[in-house]
Design a protein around this ligand. Sequence first.
Ligand SMILES: [Fe+2]
Ligand SMILES: [Fe+2]
Length: 255
Amino acid sequence: MNFAEILQPIDEFLQCKTPAAWLDEAKKPERLAILLQDHLVCELKAAQTAMYLLRRYACDHDSATTLLNWLKPFEDFAYRFDGDLTRLKQAEKLTKSIIGRSDFQHSDVIIDKMVLLIREELHHFCQVLEIMQQRGIPYENISASRYAKTLIQHCKTHEPQILIDKLICGAYIEARSCERFASIAPFVDSELASFYQSLLRSEARHFSDYLELAQTISKVDIAPRVQYFGQLEAELISAPDADFKFHSGSPAINA
Ligand SMILES: [Fe+2]
Ligand SMILES: [Fe+2]
């Protein structure tokens, strides 16, 4: 599949493109450090989101502990500045199997998709960290943008809708990441451009995995909730934003 084919369903799903003003800002060499630092944390958050869904809904008690231990070196690095790239690369793969909970009929499909997704996000984390280190960009624990937290704030608070809503939000975050990587790739150096392009394939699959899971688990058509979050997501991407991050809105830095 070529890039155009990968991006077509993403562009159909998202209700707006990245604003030109965001790209103008992202092109500035002085913005590279914040983009990579934020990207690094986004990879960990993507893994944490999938892990939360696994632990909350799909896996048994022992597997929940196995999953926590899998992520721990990455969280130690991100939140406690403990560890290094060599140790993280050794921790990317999960060595134990994850057992599904018998009282939830969709356990196995969630486990299949989310364990692979976490592994890929942790690999991306190591790739971003390696690029930062090669360029002498230090890791800093930076604040999150408004984007994901606003989407999550709009999820229903009762089951099963909260799960469906979170899966739809996951689909939007993955789809937007994919669209942003494709949009920015032409404006960065060739090494970064090929890295961003290499991410498109897995992030596009993560988008469709989340969306398929949402429709599989929901007993009703998810289209109205997809439309609702699509509109909210497009507003977050298009509206002025004083912050500049990977998922921020239209830059209003001097506004
Ligand atoms: Fe990723
Ligand atoms: Fe992803």
